[in-house]
Ligand binder design. Structure first.
Ligand code: ATP
Ligand code: MG
Length: 158
């Protein structure tokens, strides 16, 4: 009798990976350094689908709203001054496991601690001016995407 392959329950994926949304922002330093094209190239090469994109200059108030979670932190003033200092490029991205995979692609907040080959390691000057933003959870990926783009302008780009 042919042997029946035994699949150990621990090796079976019970939940398929879900498509997540994350909000990337190419920050004002990225725009000033003419790195928009290079950073988008890396994002696309890593398999993310672009579902919405624009260039916008945030007001101080808009920057404060985006980073409201950090309002009591000592760097809040510096962060919101920087984020409203010039145009930036918010981009809605989708992919399976988008939040974690995008954060792997960009690297740690501080470029000195970011892994080799990551966007922040390669291009960022400091912890404050670190080229790109990424959402920190799938829930925030949706909330932050809608901060810039109403649902009806986010396209399915599968
Ligand atoms: P982001 O939310 O922009 O993707 P992050 O999730 O890696 O970055 P957070 O801890 O959420 O890091 O901080 C938000 C942003 O605030 C950082 O990207 C950076 O621009 C700025 N920031 C964080 N810590 C500092 C600090 N110690 N000094 C100056 N700026 C900081
Ligand atoms: Mg963050």
């Amino acid at each position: 009798m042919a042997a029946v392959p035994v699949i150990h329950p621990d090796n079976q994926r019970t939940q398929p990976m879900t498509v997540e949304r994350t909000l990337a922002i190419l920050k004002p330093d990225c725009v000033r350094k003419n790195l928009i094209g290079e950073v988008i190239r890396r994002i696309q090469e890593a398999g993310f689908r672009i579902c919405a994109l624009k260039m916008v200059k945030l007001s101080r108030q808009e920057a404060e709203g985006l980073y409201a979670v950090h309002q009591s932190r000592p760097f809040f003033e510096e962060l919101t001054t920087f984020m409203s200092s010039g145009p930036c490029v918010p981009i809605v991205l989708e992919k399976e496991n988008a939040v974690a995979d995008y954060r792997t692609l960009i690297g740690a907040t501080d470029p000195a601690e970011a892994a080799e080959g990551t966007i922040r390691r390669d291009f960022a000057d400091s912890k404050g001016e670190n080229i790109v933003h990424g959402s920190d959870s799938a829930e925030n990926g949706r909330i932050e995407s809608n901060y810039f783009f109403p649902e009806h302008v986010i396209v399915a780009n599968a």
